[in-house]
Design a protein around this ligand. Structure first.
Ligand SMILES: Cc1ncc(COP(=O)(O)O)c(C=O)c1O
Length: 459
């Protein structure tokens, strides 16, 4: 194969969609810490999760098998948009005048516009197979809600989406998209649940947060027998489903005749990052020491860079099991940055453990330089990125500029997790100079940390 050509896109055919998801737990240099029951604070068993999730997903959640087969109906739905393209960002490289090679895996080609359908489709499938009628969920940016709404339409399920109020107001067309797929969409905190009503009583102006919306969706599912809950990030099974991204990217990097020195992704709960990075981390865990794996987060919600590695609730009210993760405290309500999908107080347990073991490092950026990077990317590569994904672009650009200064030839691979076609209001705000960087004072973090539950560590 000619590796000196000018290819911009590296494309796979449908037969090359992976047949199994990669489970990093099988290779991790640490034991999986158990989730704890929110009341007893003892390790939670499958029966504790049964009101919320189908058994197959509970099994995947605790599995340590390396490969988990993708059911054929799920692969068949993946064919609607997978395999996704891998691009070499040649125009961005020329613009930056860098010796670095920059690649990006583009998940924005899915019907919902991001990586989120990779797990939404799998979750809808397993719930339908278990006879569930409706799924309840939360959404921040609207990407997850749109993805689950689409997946429910594909598998004949009803869908209720609790959408963080600030996003509900910022992104009316995400709502329209969810309605088009047939979902019901409520601004969270809503008056539909006890959790939502409680928060509105305390703060009628609450902008909402992912933690609050999760409380509402979990309560909805727990109080209706025919309804399950569905989560778009954080949990092991969600990250597992996302590994189709990295498994494809490995094949595509091989087509390009390169192996990355750096793998990058933005982190909200960790699913798109893990999806790209875990299949490469497999190599690092097996001795490829040079690989730099970098998680990028907003400095307004710096869970990995300023949070504590502790047991905490996944939601604000304290209804979910406690998981061992980097957290800013479950009561932390991040500033209303436009990367709504990154406004989450915690991180996936597997990602947190890998950060704790120095297998992954983390960086944080304020939103104005992130938008600057997004615009540079749009004007060179043509794709208007989601504000979440633009965090990874910012880090990739900074690294490529460092390469220019040092003369180093690095190969940088990042995940472009979604497009920003529903985020143009945020771009307008950026161009009008209306964005704020939101410095986060240490006292705000300390105050939220005070609310962390007391748990005796089991490991
Ligand atoms: C485009 C996009 N990227 C990233 C994220 C962050 O989520 P995660 O960390 O689970 O990938 C979101 C969440 O909504 C998103 O919509």
């Amino acid at each position: 194969m000619d590796h000196t050509g000018h290819e911009v896109k590296f494309l796979l055919n449908e037969h090359q969609i992976p047949h199994a998801w990669y489970n990093i737990v099988s290779d991790a240099p640490y034991a999986l810490t158990p989730a704890l029951h929110p009341g007893t604070k003892q390790p939670a068993g499958p029966e504790d999760f049964a009101p919320l999730f189908p058994m197959e997903l509970i099994r995947q959640e605790v599995s340590s098998e390396r490969w988990i087969e993708i059911p054929e109906p799920v692969r068949d739905a993946y064919r609607l948009y997978r395999p996704t393209p891998l691009y070499r960002a040649r125009r961005l490289e020329r613009h930056l005048d860098t010796p670095a090679h920059i690649y990006y895996k583009y998940e924005g080609v899915s019907p919902a516009g991001s990586h989120k359908p990779n797990t939404a489709i799998a979750q809808a499938y397993y719930n339908k197979a278990e006879g569930i009628r409706r799924l309840a969920t939360e959404t921040g940016a609207g990407q997850w809600g749109s993805s689950l709404a689409m997946a429910c339409a594909l598998f004949g399920l009803e869908c209720t989406v609790y959408m963080v109020r600030v996003s509900y107001e910022q992104k009316p067309y995400r709502r329209s998209l969810m309605h088009t797929y047939g979902a019901e969409v409520l601004a969270s905190p809503s008056d539909r649940t006890q959790s939502g009503r409680g928060i509105r009583e305390q703060n009628p102006e609450s902008p909402g947060s992912l933690g609050i919306a999760i409380s509402e969706a979990v309560e909805d599912a727990a109080t209706h027998d025919d309804t399950h809950y569905s989560l778009g990030s954080v949990l092991n099974h969600v990250l597992l489903h996302q590994t189709v991204i990295g498994l494809e990217a490995r094949q595509q990097m091989e087509m390009a005749g390169e192996y990355p020195d750096v793998v990058l992704g933005c982190v909200g709960g960790g699913s798109n990052f893990a999806g790209l990075a875990y299949p490469f981390l497999h190599d690092k865990l097996h001795g490829r020491t040079g690989l730099d794996v970098v998680a990028v987060e907003p400095s307004a919600c710096p869970t990995l860079t300023r949070g504590a590695y502790r047991y905490d609730f996944g939601d604000t009210v304290g209804l979910t099991p406690l998981v061992h993760m980097y957290t800013l405290g479950h009561t932390f309500v991040p500033a209303s940055i436009h990367a709504g999908g990154l406004r989450y107080h915690g991180d996936a347990p597997t990602l947190s453990a890998l950060v704790d073991h120095d297998m992954i490092r983390a960086l944080a950026y304020p939103q104005i330089p992130v938008f600057e990077a997004a615009v540079a990317f749009a004007r060179t590569e043509g794709i208007v990125p989601a504000p979440e994904s633009a965090h990874a672009i910012k880090a990739a650009i900074d690294m490529a500029v460092e390469c220019k200064e040092s003369g180093e030839h690095r190969t940088i691979l990042f995940n472009l997790s979604g497009h920003g076609h529903f985020d143009l209001g945020a771009y307008d705000a950026y161009f009008a100079g209306r964005l704020e960087n939101f410095d986060l004072p240490e006292e705000a973090i300390a105050a939220a940390m005070d609310q962390l539950p007391e748990v005796a560590l089991t490991s």
